[in-house]
Each structure stands twice: as structure tokens, then as C-alpha cells.
Design a protein. Sequence first.
Length: 140
Amino acid sequence: MKKLFLILAITSLGLSSTVFGDIQSPPGHHNTWSRKLSRGVGNLMFGWLEYPSAWRKTNKSEGAIAAASDFLVEGTKRTLIRAGFGFYETITFPVPSWKRTYRAPYHHKEALDNWWGYTEFAPEFGFRSEMPYSSSSQGW
């Protein structure tokens, strides 16, 4: 009886270890050296799009006069930060330099407040819809 219990225990332990094995992709699997290089080049080339983005965000919340001054001050600050990170990521692209990964070194707060956080790439110019709905999905 003890041998049977021992065999069942060993078999169940062996099966449970294979069942609970993590075969999923790690969270940072898309952060590679090529992604880091494209982020750096994108920030260098399109970081100036922070100017119209600052204008649009301030104009929507506070009006045109505030947007005119924020266009210069906040737009210049965000453009220079993007250029600095772009230069840093372009130079160090072969090395996993941020906490031994290829992740972006700036804070991603855009999910909570897209004014203070930085997206991975520079903002797009023009209209951009991210809502996953269509008129066919509405049930009346």
C-alpha cells in the first residue's frame, strides 16, 4: 500500500509540474534592440510633433491664449526631452541599458494622464481613433 501511494504521489507531482510550467512569452518579449533603435530614430525624426500636440491638448482644456504660450514652453520642453531620449536610444541600441532590458527609459503615464506621460513613439499628427467599436456592434 505504501508503494502504491508513493508511486501515485510521484506521478501526480510529475504531472503537476508539467501542468504549472510557464510556457508563455515574457512580458518584455517585444522590447528588442530593433524596437529600441526604431524608437530612437522615431523620436529624433518626429519629436517635433509635440508642438501641435501641446497646442491641441491645451486649446481643448484651457483655450487659445493658453495654448499659444504652452505651444512654445511645453512643446519645446517635450521636444527636447524626446530628442534627448532619441539620441540616447539610437546610440545605445545594441546594449540592454535600462534595467538590463530594451524598454523605454521614460515614464509611461499616458494610460492615466496623457499630458504628463510619454508614449513610446512621438504623437501622431491629425485625428486618431482608438475606440474599438463600430455601428454594427450596437444592439438596439
